[in-house]
Ligand binder design. Structure first.
Ligand code: UDX
Ligand code: ADP
Length: 474
């Protein structure tokens, strides 16, 4: 560090991790200067928007922090060189998508953004600098970062680097609360001074007992394992949702019954259309890749099954919708409630809604989509077709209200569990729809009695018909 105390922080990557994380650091550490940089000029422009409703990321509570800190001790900029030069500590929060080609295609993480940003650091950093891995990364990425940094001529700018792993456990939609009140903060590294410097930042708002220090590889691996365990819970409950539907049980009752066992716990037991988001699939596939690489084939196939089950669940739900609508969707109007991968975020990465919509369009349906936060351009990108597209298949339109998607709709599909979908007046909605009317609740947030009394046919995830006379042939 320039003089042992961290004063200037630079965060490379102004995305879903970098943006909220740096906002919370700036808010809790007024004496620190935090510069968030990105190569994406458009994104940085949006972070500097006067209208706080137009920030590039929607997270409850984020806009308020940006209002308090922006241009005081929190800055968003495209001047990567300048802010690397002046930084005592640099957070790497760039994206690490799954590789689309080459070795490890479809499984390993693409580290090209990590590599290019590390090269920028090697080029511009001055004096002692602590590099903090924030992005979710395969185990032993710190080693790659170190070797790029060490290949530089050391006398250049008097450079000295320490690399730490400090994985982010925030979940989108609750990011600010997760950052303000983390279950734990994990710091992996070898240099005690660098570890203390990072710890000093967190102790401004996090209890010291919650800060765990490990070696680099344990820290990197823990992040993958945490996500793998969470995703495994969802695949487990989703597999049981299918059993409930065929046997007449109710997944909500089963979740409650098992969740009250303190060894199991009640969280992450909501059945749904399969998990989405940028992390789960990528992290498990990383674990699979790592296991195969080390010849641990049984371990690899164990975790692969968690991903396979998720794909199966998504297909299963799409098939149910098509089948219930008489296998014919040509020119049928279908309302889609929610497009983001979960509530309270505008992020659509790996959202189950994408595949559901693509399939329904391919079947010829005319979709009316409503999401409180996702914009038209994102949906165009995800569905790979423009609004009102008329290519002989189905089409989609983004609507401004639930009423708009209900008008003349043959069916409504709840794809995301936004709060406002939980207390709708279904009598109003039913009046607008065309008979025979259908509701497909893939998130299990509605009440069957409430819906059926309004003359709407009903399918809900994990809800079997307990009155039906199912015969078991064991
Ligand atoms: C996840 C991890 O929770 C977080 O710790 C890590 O840092 C990043 O990955 P995120 O993907 O943002 O966070 O959201 P999360 O709340 O974990 O939800 C992921 C997906 O699982 C969503 O599609 C959500 O709808 C689904 N889910 C979650 C369920 O289907 N059922 C549940 O009970 C919980
Ligand atoms: P995450 O969910 O991990 O935060 P995002 O895609 O939301 O992922 O954000 C990552 C950000 O990192 C993007 O805005 C991207 O433009 C930025 N980025 C990628 N590579 C670089 C780089 N070399 N220098 C600066 N920013 C980068």
């Amino acid at each position: 560090m320039k003089d042992s105390e961290v004063k200037n922080i630079c965060c490379i990557g102004a995305g879903y991790v970098g943006g909220p994380t740096m906002a919370v650091i700036a808010d809790n550490c007024p004496s620190l200067k935090v510069n968030v940089v990105d190569i994406n000029e458009e994104r940085i422009k949006k972070w500097n928007e006067k209208d706080f409703d137009r920030l590039p990321i929607y997270e409850p509570g984020l806009a308020e922090i940006i209002k308090r800190c922006r241009n005081k001790n929190l800055f968003f900029s495209i001047d990567i060189k300048k802010h690397i030069e002046s930084a005592d500590m640099i957070f790497l929060s760039v994206n690490t998508p799954i590789k689309k080609s080459g070795l490890g295609k479809g499984q390993a993480s693409d580290l090209k953004y990590i590599e290019s940003s590390t090269r920028e650091i090697a080029k511009y950093a001055k004096g002692e600098t602590i590099i903090v891995e924030k992005s979710t990364l395969p185990v032993r990425t710190a080693e790659t970062i170190k070797s790029i940094l060490e290949s530089n001529d050391k006398s250049f700018n008097n450079q000295k680097f320490s690399v730490l792993s400090n994985p982010e456990f925030l979940a989108e939609g609750t990011a600010i609360n997760d950052l303000e009140n983390p279950d734990r903060v994990l710091i992996g590294g070898e240099n005690p001074e660098a570890i203390t410097a990072l710890e000093e930042i967190y102790v401004n708002w996090v209890d010291k007992n919650k800060i765990l220090k490990t070696n680099l590889w344990s820290s990197e691996l823990s992040k993958l394992v945490a996500n793998a365990f969470l995703a495994q819970r969802i695949s487990s409950i989703n597999s049981i949702s299918a059993i409930c539907e065929t046997t007449g049980a109710d997944i909500n009752e089963v979740s409650r019954a098992i969740g009250m066992d303190t060894r199991i716990g009640e969280k992450f037991l909501n059945a749904g259309p399969g998990y989405g988001g940028s992390c789960f699939k990528k992290d498990i596939l990383n674990l699979v890749y790592l296991s195969k690489y080390y010849g641990l084939n049984e371990v690899a196939s164990y975790w692969q099954k968690v991903v396979d089950l998720n794909v199966w669940q998504q297909h299963r739900i799409r098939k149910i919708i098509v089948k219930k609508l008489f296998n014919n969707l040509t020119s049928k109007k279908i309302g889609i409630m929610g497009f983001s991968f979960k509530a309270n975020t505008n992020d659509t990465r790996e959202s189950p809604a994408i595949q559901i919509c693509k399939d329904l369009i391919e079947e010829g349906a005319d979709l009316r989509i409503y999401d409180p936060k996702v914009n038209k351009f994102q949906i165009e990108k995800d569905l790979e077709q423009n609004q009102f597209n008329d290519n002989g298949e189905g089409s989609w339109t983004l609507c401004k209200s639930i009423k708009d998607i209900a008008i003349d709709a043959d069916a409504i599909v709840i794809a995301t569990e936004w709060e406002e979908f939980k207390s709708l007046d279904w009598s109003d909605i039913s009046r607008l729809m065309r008979s025979p009317k259908w509701l497909f609740d893939t998130r299990g947030i509605t009440n069957s009695k409430d819906i059926k009394q309004h003359n709407i046919n009903y399918w809900k995830i994990g809800l079997g018909d307990s009155s039906s006379n199912i015969k078991f042939n064991f």
